[in-house]
Design a protein around this ligand. Sequence first.
Ligand SMILES: [Zn+2]
Length: 315
Amino acid sequence: MFADAWPLAVLAILLAWPVPVFLARASWPRRHARAAIALWQAVGIAGGLSLIGAPLAVGVAPLDRHLRTGLVVLWRDAFHLRVPASLGLAQEIALALAAVLTVRLVGVTLLSALRIERDLRRQRDAVDLAAEHADRQLRVLEHAAPAAYCLPGTRPRIVITEGTIAALAPDELEAVLAHERAHARWRHELVVQPFVAWESALPLPPARRATAAVTGLVEMLADDHAARSAGRPALARALVAIGGTAGPVPNQRMNPGAKTAASTSASVPPATPTLDRVQRLLRAATPNLAERLIGPAAWFAAILLVAGPTWYVLR
Ligand SMILES: [Zn+2]
């Protein structure tokens, strides 16, 4: 009865707790931010698949040896408004649990995406009215406090204050703008949003760790982009000068300081403290062979993690 379910259940438990805890503590993602993000995404996708797949497998076990063909039988009966006679109470409870989990995960993800997009649209409209239009994207707010952040979207805005311009040398300002433009160009909010949604759907400590870790990793990606165009020293000096400063709304924005993209949960700690990011920029050493191999290994693990449960469910 549980032949198909237990591997999925074991995987769901591993991906719900120990794997996120282990991954959040690892130091290698600082060198391989993109691969680490892919691995976090794979953990989320495989975790969701196995979390829903395990009760589904229990529910359809009397219908067929395999989950996929069991689901086909269940679907045919449901289409004719019939409950298969071979299903007992335990299977019906398992199927109801799978349905509730599916609706919760998918529903919360969609609602969260809609809410964040609505809030971002309001913020973009507000900043368009209140700020000086320096160019198509850049808005300058008349405020003495230094702050810089990105309001992402299909038509993103980069927002800085006059205090930022006053506080930074030209190369430092260029570094800050490059950082924010990287967020806007690569749509980093789309990377973070699913984790914020999953944290809302399953508010457990590992989910909070995942959101915090991924939020920090997109900051590193934007830092790397800015460092390539403006230089590491300039970006590090800019972070020291304005890092940790808050913009008008802490949520759904990308700030070169403490808080970042779509961190809608107040329980998420500052993902990558400014000092940590400055140290990462200034202490970049040439990686040895083992450190270089971790990146491809993480990509491989991410592919395996998604392909494995998918094959298992569809076989
Ligand atoms: Zn940022």
